[in-house]
Ligand binder design. Sequence first.
Ligand SMILES: Cc1ncc(COP(=O)(O)O)c(C=O)c1O
Length: 374
Amino acid sequence: MPPKAEIYLDSNATTPALPEVSRAVTEALMEGFGNPSSAHARGDLARRRLQRARETVASFLGAEPEQLVLVSGGTEGNNAVLGGAPASTLITTAVEHPSVLRPIAAAAARGATVVELGVDRSGLIALSALEEAMRVATRALVSVQWASSETGVVQPIEEIAAICRRHGALLHVDAAQAVGRLSIDFLTFSGHKLHAPPGIGVLFVRVPGAMAPWLLGGGQEQGLRSGTENLAGALGLAAAIEHRASRFAEALRALRQLRDALEREVLAAVPGVEVNGGGAPRLGNTSNLRFTGVDGQALLAALDRAGIRCSQASACSSRRPEPSYVLRAMGLSEDEAFASLRFSVSVLNTEDEIDGAVKAIKAAAAQLRSVLLV
Ligand SMILES: Cc1ncc(COP(=O)(O)O)c(C=O)c1O
C-alpha cells in the first residue's frame, strides 16, 4: 500500500496488491510451492490449486476454465492473438495500446492488410466505418479495446461483436468483463490493474484448438504456452478476483463516487478544465482532464512533489516527451494533449485523498498559470 503521505491516483497504470492477494502469493511461494506438472503429492496439490484458481477466474468472466490461457499479462496475450490468429485482414483503431498496434504493424510488414479506424472527438469509433471496412475484408480479425486506459472511454463492444458475427470476422477485445456475455473470440487482460501481482494475466480463447502455440515445450496451458505455470501469480489473481466478485456492484459504485467527486471538485475549483472523452460512456474510475494553457508535464511534476501520483499518456510511453497519440487521434491539438493528465482511482482510495488531491491540483494549476502571466 502507498505510504500515508502519498495519494496514488494512477490505478490504470498498476495497483498495489490487496492484503488477501499478498497472503495468497506468499503462501504459494513458500509452504504451498509446487510444480503442477510434477507426478507426486506436491505436484497434485499444485495442480488442484491451479485448477481452482483457473475456475475462479473463468467463473468471473463467464468462460469455461479450458478457454483460459494464463499468460504474463495483456502484452503477451495481445501479441499471441495478433501474431497467431488465422486472419489476413486486421482491423483495429488508432487508440489501441502499443501491445496491439505494434504486432499489427509487424503483421502489415509481413503482408497482412491492415485497416486502422479513427475515433471522433469523444474517443468513439464509428460503427459505419467498421461496417465499411468489413465489406472489403477477407478473413478479418477485429481488435478493439473495451475501454481506453487513458481516457476510460468505453467502445460499443456489443454492437461491434454483432457486426463481426454478421460478417464472419473474429473479434479480439483488449479488456475484461465482456466474456460470456458477448460473442468474442479472444480477450486479454492483466492482473496487476486489479490488485493482483504483475506478471500474471489472462488470454481467453473461445476455441483454444484454433490457435497456434507461441511457446513450445512441456505443453502447459492447453499446449499453447509451455513453461511451468506461475502458480503464485494465478492464486494471487484468483484472490483479487474473488475479492472483487464478492463486492462487485459496491466496488463499481465506490470507484464512480471517488472519480465523480474528483472531477466535480476540480471542475469547480480550477478554471479552464475540460474532461477528455467526457461526452462518451467511460470507465467509472478514470478521469482524463485537460488544463487549458497549463503544461501538463510541469503540472505532473508539481503534483508529484506534493505526493499526488497521476500520469500523462500511458505508463509505458509517458517517459517519452510526446503528446498522447490517443488524445491526438481524438482530434486534440498537441498543446491540448500536453495539457492533459490522467487520474485513475482504485477501491483503496478514500474521500479524504480525493479532497487532498483536489487542493493540490488547484494550488499547482494556479501556481503554473501565475508563472505564465508574469
Ligand atoms: C489497454 C491496455 N492493453 C494492454 C496493456 C498491457 O498490459 P501489461 O503491461 O500488463 O502487459 C495495458 C497496460 O497499460 C493497457 O492499458
